[in-house]
Design a protein around this ligand. Structure first.
Ligand code: ZN
Length: 319
């Protein structure tokens, strides 16, 4: 998107403004691509160089607002934008439903902060676009621009970290959208910690139930037996590395389920030490060192508590 007005409007004499024209400062694909995207790296450098630190959160919200306004027509003629700091919701539901979703998302942002108060560096970004897409075709069309090629599992939503981080929701009933929002907001809150995926997904499942009040956790003898059979056959390497969460079928279903079982069990056994474990966990070893230090046992032992004996040790990731 082009704008002919003067470039000097991007800053005031004191440099104390966070008003600027996104597509002048950081022109990206504009309307050339189906989904316009500014050059976020250029914008990041511009904001760092031109906007006082205290105003940068507002600058990012201002940028996100302009991006969403440019993206809206590319999604379809019925899409509208509602915003309440830090959330920018674009969707094509009825006005009442959209307003309800915005209220829920802002509530979830607040409650998420309370639940994760014990986790340093957990925070919702200063601008959080949420794209509520009304057809599966549009959803997969949009998210496929962020995927690598190959076979992928279906999803109800995604937290996209490339470019300006944002949430994308697949179509569904309102209660389902709310559960997905709560789940994806957990990813948004914990992104800076770069946790092993199984820990982040386990926490996201738990917070989704607490915040959206949707009971999704269950385990019975039959499901426990399925876990033992499946993981006994395939091993836990892809679970610890996070790859199994993106695979179709049982790999994905049982990965989410196992993540939640393990996180629930660890949290129940260790109380506040769970947060120490969480904050110290690293992707390179799936959190094994942090488990030994803060839980007093290895991840293999944590897994064996539920799956029974087996070779459950995580293999170190190749550097
Ligand atoms: Zn997730």
């Amino acid at each position: 998107m082009k704008d002919d007005s003067n470039h000097d409007e991007n800053r005031d004499p004191e440099g104390a403004t966070c008003r600027f024209k996104l597509w002048q400062v950081a022109p990206g694909s504009g309307n050339a691509d189906r989904f316009p995207v500014p050059d976020w790296r250029t914008l990041d450098a511009w904001i760092t160089g031109n906007v006082e630190e205290r105003l940068r959160p507002d600058a990012w919200f201002h940028a996100a607002t302009q991006w969403i306004e440019a993206l809206r027509p590319a999604l379809g003629p019925t899409y509208t934008v509602l915003s309440s700091h830090p959330v920018l919701l674009v969707g094509a539901r009825s006005p009442n439903e959209l307003a309800g979703l915005l209220t829920f998302t802002c509530h979830a942002v607040e409650v998420m902060g309370d639940y994760l108060r014990a986790v340093p560096r957990s925070a919702i970004p200063s601008a959080l676009p949420v794209l509520q897409l009304n057809t599966l075709e549009l959803y997969y069309d949009y998210v496929s621009t962020f995927y690598e090629d190959g076979e992928h599992a279906t999803s109800a939503g995604m937290y996209i970290t490339r470019g300006l981080p944002h949430v994308v929701l697949a179509p569904g009933p309102v209660w389902d959208l709310e559960a997905t929002i709560a789940h994806e907001l957990t990813h948004a809150s914990l992104a800076e910690l770069e946790l092993p995926l199984w820990i982040e997904e386990g926490v996201a499942q738990i917070l989704c139930q607490l915040i959206a009040d949707v009971p999704t956790f269950w385990i019975d003898h039959e499901l426990a037996a399925r876990h033992r059979f499946y993981w006994g056959l395939h091993g836990l390497d892809e679970f610890w590395s996070g790859r199994s969460f993106g695979k179709p079928g049982d790999a994905q279903r049982l990965s989410y389920s196992l993540a939640e079982v393990l996180v629930r069990n660890i949290a129940a056994d260790t109380g506040d030490r769970f947060y120490e474990f969480l904050c110290a966990s690293e992707r390179a070893d799936a959190g094994d060192r942090a488990a030994r230090e803060h839980l007093g046992k290895s991840l293999a032992q944590c897994a064996a508590d539920f799956l029974g004996p087996g070779k459950w040790e995580p293999k170190p990731e190749a550097p």
